[in-house]
Design a protein around this ligand. Structure first.
Ligand SMILES: Cc1cc2nc3c(=O)[nH]c(=O)nc-3n(C[C@H](O)[C@H](O)[C@H](O)COP(=O)(O)OP(=O)(O)OC[C@H]3O[C@@H](n4cnc5c(N)ncnc54)[C@H](O)[C@@H]3O)c2cc1C
Length: 380
């Protein structure tokens, strides 16, 4: 359907193997315990994927959004939670530094993040600033050779396990006067809040990050003061395209499980897969999945070719998130009562997929971005 090079096919195959061996067997356990798959994360590091878009001189693989999206799909087929933590590390943190940090900052932070010695994350959202991201109140004030940060970040993926965070903070009164900082665990005045309990993606730890007179060395300012909006928008663009891969992986897992189950389960003396209503549901799921792949990989390729993908990326994220949740619900229906039980993975696929409609911008925000391109303004 989509033309892949031999290298991309090999990448997909080896990531699928890793996902099957190192992620899938632990997905149920970390969902139940709200744990974190350290070994799986290490295996991803060993395959050289933690710096998938970073330069080779820092240990990265120097690949594009297309390969990153493909990797997300294959990993998420095994465990969406671990893949979400991987995305926060490799795209929200590492890719952001690759694109915006100075040479000195890259040399200092990227090798440790890419080897897996350190785990990364990104902190933009605040209690009062979700969709309205420019309403951030966390403030950074320069004091000699340091910045002093005060404020609270909300819903931060990898908060409880992370070592290095890309943090946005206000440095001026205008709503666009935000700056980007690298904050490390252990810096005075930096604290991680309690782990947040969630509906899905329970194997991807989330928390608040609290800055109370937090002292950040001035050399950890990324780029210039008040430059964050361009960092944020550029990184959100690749984040929305690559996170679509997680939705595709979840939808693929639902299609595969429901298809296998339907051929094994018999009622009224025949496999339920022989009933046209079941076939129709499976056919719809598979069609939506392939339509999602066509859209998401087209958006990823366009991003790599330097096209403006703000709207196309929003379409990819919106469509793939919706089909992932729908595929999870459809898979539950095909499994009947068993689908509703924890012993079967499809209820987890549905719970995990719901986050795809919220994180990295909600479905509504995606529609606003798409409509803006069509009618030239945000809807009121
Ligand atoms: C598990 C998880 C992990 C996350 N990880 C991170 C992370 O690592 N880093 C980070 O910075 N953030 C992270 N987030 C935050 C995420 O990006 C936000 O939750 C998201 O942007 C929505 O913000 P909100 O939750 O404040 O909802 P709100 O913005 O309060 O939205 C509430 C509802 O109102 C709707 N709405 C808002 N504005 C409009 C409008 N103008 N028109 C129509 N409808 C509107 C929304 O679509 C939504 O349905 C994470 C969130 C979750 C749940």
């Amino acid at each position: 359907m989509f033309s892949w090079t031999d290298d991309q096919k090999m990448l997909a195959q080896s990531v699928s193997d890793l996902s099957r061996r190192k992620l899938a067997p632990y997905a149920e356990k970390i969902d139940e315990s709200e744990g974190f798959n350290d070994e799986g994360f290490k295996a991803i590091a060993e395959m050289g994927l933690l710096g998938i878009t970073a330069d080779e001189k820092y240990g990265g693989s120097a690949l594009g959004a297309l390969e990153a999206t493909l990797v997300m799909e294959k990993l998420a087929e095994g465990c969406a939670s671990t893949t979400l933590s991987y995305l926060a590390h490799a795209i929200l943190c590492v890719n952001n530094l690759q694109e915006n940090a100075s040479e000195d900052q890259k040399e200092k932070f990227l090798p440790g993040l890419i080897s897996g010695a350190k785990i990364g994350g990104m902190a933009m959202t605040e209690p009062q600033a979700g969709s309205d991201a420019l309403n951030q109140k966390t403030r950074a004030v320069r004091k000699g050779a340091k910045y002093i940060l005060n404020g609270t970040k909300m819903f931060i993926t990898n908060g409880p396990v992370g070592d290095v965070f890309v943090v946005y903070a206000r440095t001026g009164e205008n709503k666009k006067q935000l700056s980007t900082f690298i904050v490390e665990k252990g810096m005075p005045g930096f604290r991680v809040g309690n782990k947040l309990r969630k509906l899905g993606m329970r194997g991807s730890p989330t928390s608040e990050l609290i800055f109370d007179q937090c002292e950040v060395p001035a050399e950890n300012l990324v780029g210039k003061e008040n430059e964050s909006v361009s960092h944020m928008m550029h990184n959100l663009n690749i984040e929305r395209i690559t996170i679509s891969g997680i939705s595709l992986g979840l939808a693929a897992a639902s299609v595969a499980y429901a298809t296998k189950y339907a051929s094994e389960r018999s009622q009224f003396g025949r496999p339920i897969s022989s009933y046209q209503m079941i076939q129709e549901r499976l056919a719809e799921m598979a069609t939506q999945l392939d339509a999602g792949r066509a859209l998401c990989y087209t958006a990823a390729r366009a991003y790599d070719e330097g096209a403006d993908t703000m709207s196309l990326g929003a379409k990819a994220k919106l469509f793939s998130a919706q089909i992932a949740t729908k595929a999870g619900l459809d898979a539950i229906q095909i499994l009947g009562g068993y689908g509703y039980m924890k012993e079967y993975p499809v209820e987890r696929y549905m719970r995990d997929a719901k986050l795809m409609e919220i994180g990295a911008g909600t479905n509504e925000v995606m529609r606003l971005i798409i409509a803006k391109e069509l009618v030239g303004a945000w809807g009121e």
